[in-house]
Design a protein around this ligand. Structure first.
Ligand SMILES: *[C@@H]1O[C@H](CO)[C@@H](O)[C@H](O)[C@H]1NC(C)=O
Ligand SMILES: *[C@@H]1O[C@H](CO)[C@@H](O)[C@H](O)[C@H]1NC(C)=O
Ligand SMILES: *[C@@H]1O[C@H](CO)[C@@H](O)[C@H](O)[C@H]1NC(C)=O
Length: 352
């Protein structure tokens, strides 16, 4: 039964809620700065439980990755330094910076599909930019780290619906959970930018978030998060780049120590992900009906100093969230001219 996993989940949820007069999860209190009442488990590899088992499956390369995935979006692999060699780990022109702007989508209860109109569930959708985070390729030796940053959105039926989105970053494997940015709040409709920098990024790059530089810049991993507010136009790379942030934070991260896995820039990704809730790691939460997300200015800077848009690197891979128990294909993602990665929420084969 392909729907067994979801049914199990639904039944478990229903049983829990009907057995208790109050929701098992405590009602949300005012979130502290950098925290959120709902915590998603930001697993490093896509969670794609087999429909036939409720066991947690965490696989860097799922056996059927093209048809079962909790992630949708675009993955760009670092190009080869030589145009006529095949891409091997030895001669990659590594990614040193990855970034994108996007408008924080709204998250609602889906109107149709197996999870549609169900008022007893919690729905989520996560939007992120990452370096070495897609799990789509075997990292070079010693290069098992992953850096990503983004926004989680929620619709929580237990807590009356729409929830404040949560902006986060995660430098793994050191950080098992995502960390919220302090002093950086986001709301539905805000235009935000996330920029990930590795030690080899040129510090003279046009990082708009240089104001709050904590370290000396060079030799550090850093995440820049900016919020431009909702009342701005950000339809393409150019219009987005012309904006002035209302809030900008730059978080410098400790570089991995001796013998620890490093971040090498083998790939970058712009993703929508359906994560599990922390404490319920076996299955992704039902995916919220999110309004179309567009990662604008989706691009990278390479080791050789050049900047490339997501379309300027050969072999960009587009993936969709696909989970039978939630109705099959759940996103329609594509890469468009103008440094754009766009994902729309669908159910199954519906056209949008
Ligand atoms: C391409 O490969 C051929 C054969 O390996 C080599 O002779 C040639 O120099 C290479 N060209 C470049 C631009 O790397
Ligand atoms: C999401 O909401 C929009 C607007 O209400 C609706 O048109 C669309 O069909 C919904 N999609 C899903 C998957 O529920
Ligand atoms: C949005 O921007 C326009 C043009 O800059 C301005 O006229 C309007 O008052 C702004 N609205 C809000 C709610 O800030």
């Amino acid at each position: 039964m392909k729907t067994s996993t979801l049914l199990t989940y639904l039944l478990t949820t229903a049983a829990t809620t009907s057995a208790a007069t109050v929701p098992t999860r405590s009602p949300p209190t005012r979130a502290r700065d950098g925290q959120h009442p709902l915590v998603l488990l930001h697993t490093l590899a896509p969670v794609a439980p087999s429909p036939s088992t409720s066991n947690f499956r965490l696989a860097a390369a799922a056996t059927n990755a093209d048809t079962r995935s909790s992630r949708g979006g675009a993955i760009l692999t670092a190009p080869s330094t030589h145009s006529n060699t095949t891409t091997t780990n030895l001669n990659l022109n590594h990614i040193t910076t990855a970034e994108a702007f996007f408008r924080v989508p709204s998250a609602r209860v889906p109107t149709h599909g197996p999870t549609g109109g169900n008022p007893t569930l919690t729905f989520a959708a996560s939007f992120w930019v990452g370096i070495d985070s897609s799990g789509s390729r075997t990292p070079e030796p010693g290069c098992g780290a992953s850096l990503r940053a983004g926004v989680d959105t929620f619709w929580d039926s237990f807590a009356g619906g729409e929830q404040t989105p949560f902006a986060w970053y995660q430098f793994a494997p050191g950080q098992r959970f995502a960390t919220g940015f302090e002093g950086f709040r986001v709301a539905e409709g805000d235009v935000v930018r996330f920029r990930l920098e590795t030690p080899s990024s040129s510090s003279s790059s046009a990082a708009a978030g240089a104001e709050e530089e904590e370290g000396t810049g060079g030799g550090k991993y850093a995440v820049v998060a900016e919020n431009f507010g909702a009342n701005v136009t950000c339809d393409d790379a150019e219009s987005c780049r012309g904006l002035t942030p209302l809030v900008s934070v730059r978080k410098v991260l400790p570089a991995p120590g001796e013998g620890e896995e490093k971040l090498c820039g083998g790939e970058a990704a712009w993703m929508v992900e359906d994560f599990p809730l922390a404490g319920m790691p076996d299955i992704p939460l039902p995916l919220a009906n999110f309004t179309r997300v567009e990662f604008n200015g989706a691009g990278v800077r390479l080791e050789d100093g050049t900047e490339r848009s997501v379309l300027e690197v050969q072999g960009v891979k587009v993936v969709d969230i696909h989970m039978e128990e939630q109705g099959g294909r759940l996103t329609r993602c594509g890469v468009l001219p103008g440094m754009k990665v766009r994902c729309t929420r669908v159910v199954g084969d519906e056209d949008i």
